[in-house]
Design a protein around this ligand. Structure first.
Ligand SMILES: [Fe+2]
Ligand SMILES: [Fe+2]
Length: 394
């Protein structure tokens, strides 16, 4: 039995880690690969914003899920106090008598290996295998291999496809909405969902995720809505990034049936009014808002804009108004009066909201359908005397 052991902080894990481990496993001909997120490293603390041990364990599971014969172990996370490789090796060796152990390490670790606690015993219990990612330090590695060989070890060297990314580079990019395909998508989703490392969603990734849930026609509308929302945000000094996020996500549940919407309402504890039951179209704003918050780290402001984009409501924020209007006037919309509304949206935001609401209300009245109380309240919060019968846009 040939067992490979691959440890690391995995804070977060990325494709450099998985490709190193998978390449090493193949080259060594491993029967099993044990991936071990490290406990508290000796003489070190984890950087600020590091998720809980369970978080690193789960991200590691997600990152390595497609690597063959691979298992993730919490052996070091369960251990109290500082965590030493020798303790891990002893434990694995004890429960796998007769197994041949290989310690897979990156170059930095390999070069300091002889300084680790009980290094002699480490070299006796396991064969070090270094995965080389930076060709420029090959000479240093070769020297170190020679030194370890003198100590009786037979270290292996594996040259891997170069993935020049580090966990710390990733961490510092997350708040700037950076995303790279060097991180597994599911790991990235996990980070965004929980807001780890202060991460904010990357817009290309967000579009990719949102568009998966939309019909092709709806994607065109949402793209138009995004462009319009950003323009309006610039015009009205609102946060363009938040406007973009809200626009990208505002219709993510639009495709769902009324039953599916109601199931989501139950899941997220959305209380359903008689009006929502009677006009199921209203539901998609509410359900999309909850998903935006739960899965895409939407702020309360973004959540509110998504929630109210269908009906509007009393006391709308500027962002609420922007999304409400962008949804109506985005460049793909074509109806009588749309150009007048577009002009108004850039000269008087409240007047534009009122005009949009009036258009909707008149349509509902013509069709003999019910007017949502929030819609009427929104109109009257702008003009207390608003009455659809005598309203005239100015
Ligand atoms: Fe919508
Ligand atoms: Fe929409």
């Amino acid at each position: 039995m040939r067992i490979g052991i691959y440890g690391g902080s995995f804070n977060p894990p990325h494709k450099g880690h998985t490709s190193s481990a998978a390449t090493a496993a193949k080259c060594i001909g491993l029967d099993r690969l044990i991936v071990i997120p490290s406990g508290m490293p000796p003489h070190k603390t984890f950087p600020k914003g590091t998720p809980s041990p369970e978080g690193r364990l789960e991200m590691t599971r997600l990152a390595f899920r497609d690597v063959e014969n691979c298992e993730i172990s919490d052996i070091e996370l369960r251990r109290a106090g500082e965590s030493y490789t020798i303790d891990t090796l002893r434990e694995i060796s004890d429960i796998n008598p007769g197994a041949e152990l290989f310690l897979i390490v990156g170059t930095d670790m390999f070069l300091t290996l002889r300084e680790w606690k009980d290094a002699d015993e480490i070299l006796r219990l396991a064969t070090p295998v270094v995965t080389l990612r930076r060709a420029d330090i090959k000479a240093e590695i070769t020297d170190e291999i020679a030194r370890q060989t003198e100590l009786g070890a037979t270290p292996g060297l594996i040259e891997n496809d170069i993935v020049e990314i580090s966990s710390s580079q990733l961490r510092s990019g997350f708040p700037e909405r950076n995303f790279t395909w060097h991180i597994d998508e599911r790991v990235y989703s996990y980070i965004i969902e929980r807001g780890l490392y202060g991460a904010k969603p990357n817009f290309d990734w967000l579009r990719f995720e949102a568009y998966k849930r939309l019909s092709p026609e709806r994607r065109i509308h949402v793209a138009g809505c995004e462009a319009e929302a950003v323009r309006l945000a610039d015009r009205w000094d609102e946060d363009a990034d938040e406007a973009r996020e809200a626009a990208i996500l505002h219709d993510i549940t639009k495709k769902l049936t009324a039953e599916e919407q109601l199931a989501l309402c139950a899941q997220y504890g959305i209380s359903i009014t008689d009006e929502m039951r009677e006009i199921p179209k209203i539901l998609h704003g509410h359900t999309a808002a909850e998903i935006a918050s739960a899965s895409f780290a939407a702020s309360d402001a973004v959540k509110s804009a998504i929630k109210w984009h269908t009906t509007a409501h009393d006391g709308m924020t500027t962002l609420d108004k922007i999304i409400y209007i962008a949804d109506t006037i985005e460049p793909n919309r074509d109806f009588d009066g749309v150009n007048e509304l577009r002009r108004l949206a850039y000269s008087n935001l409240d007047a534009a909201v009122l005009a949009c609401i009036d258009t909707v209300i008149k349509e509902l009245l013509t069709d003999g359908r019910r007017i949502d109380t929030n819609t009427l309240a929104a109109a009257r919060s702008i003009n207390p005397d608003y009455n659809p019968a005598d309203y005239k846009p100015n």
